[in-house]
Design a protein around this ligand. Structure first.
Ligand code: NAD
Ligand code: MG
Length: 400
């Protein structure tokens, strides 16, 4: 029986993970769950799975959950506040931690799980984007295992030789015959929209992803291809790539989830329906395969597959992320923070779509001093970049 702590239990990745636990009740015990403030969903999760512990980082939500569980006789113990996340990821009872909190709030508990030497199923992109070097170093010193959940990185992982899979992000790719990692992306809903019309696109249009059902923030990131940019940074750390070993390929059908090109001309790809239960099942079962509940891919209905190069004029956010990737952790942290603020402002109708990239570019141009060498340093850059982005966004609002 494996024992799981699920961070972000009420989110989209959290719900898919619970589906897998539901499908494999004799293999998995849900030790602890955590979320921010969705009490109704947490009550339902605790009643169904009876985890030992439930954490709500919002204290008032924790109080409500405690009362509701007491009323229905559910034995789950409830803790409140973000400090309560640390004991549930480091507890000796836990072997696997699913890191699926969204945003920078996922940073500290993910790092704590890695330092405690757990098997970490990593969905929280922000941890690698902002602190890739720190996280990979912590994996090396603690012996933790990092298994990627993001569908592209999970696909790449599956196409790598065992020795590279087990090298904790420190393998020399060329020594294993790997020529290049090809990160695929659909190009989002505006792939063929005339460039002149982008100034007028609405948040709802930006959120209408052609292939994946996701939250609004990540959907906008898919439209701008900032999501692919963040994934480019993730891949750089997870697989220890050098600049010439990593490329983005536009593949509008999202049937291939990414590929690895070898020096003998072979290309290995992972294909499947766009359903996050596949990468989650892969990581939960690794190195075995377990059922995910996802239907098999029917090749007679797939249709044509096409591929192209990303147009960086259409997707300036991708170019900014690629630049930040090779300039360092401060730049990646600033990029991520500015993008979060700009996307939130776009979704609230406070800035236009093209201003997302403009705000990120301006914030990236600032001086962040020396490279951060600890999480506090990363968080300081994050705060500084958010403040700069908010000033730019406010200035836009005053003008309009
Ligand atoms: P979501 O918004 O659906 O859910 C987020 C979860 O985090 C919720 O349970 C919420 O309660 C919790 N949370 C939010 N703020 C918190 C805080 N301050 N403290 C504690 N918990 C907090 O997000 P999601 O789509 O499930 O994505 C989770 C992570 O996985 C993100 O980093 C995302 O980039 C990544 N990811 C998601 C997908 C996808 O298909 N949804 C694919 C690849 C990667
Ligand atoms: Mg992805």
């Amino acid at each position: 029986m494996k024992r799981l702590t699920l961070l972000g239990a009420t989110g989209s990745i959290g719900r898919s993970t619970l589906d897998l636990v539901r499908c494999h009740p004799s293999d998995w015990h849900l030790y602890a769950v955590a979320a921010a403030r969705s009490v109704d969903e947490m009550v339902a999760i605790c009643r169904e799975f009876s985890p030992d512990l439930a954490v709500m980082t919002d204290i008032a939500a924790a109080d409500q959950l405690r009362q509701r569980l007491a009323d229905c006789g559910c034995p789950t113990q409830v803790e409140g506040g973000s400090e309560a996340l640390l004991p549930i990821v480091t507890a000796h009872e836990v072997d696997t931690v699913m890191a699926a909190i969204v945003g920078a709030a996922g940073l500290l508990p993910t790092m704590a799980a890695v330092k405690a030497g757990k098997r970490v199923l990593l969905a929280n992109k922000e941890s690698l984007v902002t602190s890739g070097r720190l996280l990979i170093d912590a994996v090396a010193s603690s012996g933790a295992e990092l298994l990627p959940i993001d569908s592209e990185h999970n696909a790449i992982f599956q196409c790598l030789p065992l020795a590279v899979q087990q090298a904790g992000g420190r393998a020399h790719l060329a020594a294993h015959g790997i020529h290049k990692i090809l990160l695929t992306g659909s190009g989002g809903p505006f792939r063929s929209r005339p460039l002149g019309e982008l100034a007028k696109v609405t948040p709802d249009e930006a959120c209408r992803h052609p292939n994946w059902q996701m939250g609004r923030k990540i959907s906008v990131d898919s439209a701008t291809m900032m999501n692919k940019g963040l994934e480019y940074i993730e891949a750089r750390w997870l697989f220890n790539t050098r600049p010439h070993e990593l490329s983005v390929v536009v593949h509008p059908q999202s049937v291939i989830h990414s590929m690895v090109q070898y020096c003998d001309g072979s290309v290995l790809a992972q294909l499947g329906l766009p359903d996050m239960r596949t990468p989650i099942a892969h990581a939960m079962g690794y190195p075995q395969r377990i059922d995910s509940g996802v239907a098999p891919l029917d090749f007679t209905r797939v249709g044509d597959l096409s591929f192209g190069e990303p147009d960086l004029q259409r997707y300036p956010c991708l170019a900014l992320a690629q630049q930040a990737c090779w300039s360092g952790q401060a730049a990646c942290t600033a990029l991520n923070a500015a993008n979060e603020e700009a996307v939130a402002a776009f979704l609230e109708g406070r800035i236009s779509y093209p201003r997302i990239a403009a705000v990120v570019a301006d914030v990236l141009g600032l001086d962040y001093g020396n490279e951060p060498v600890c999480l506090d340093g990363v968080l300081a850059v994050d705060t500084m970049a958010r403040q700069a982005a908010c000033r730019l966004i406010d200035r836009d609002n005053h003008r309009s």
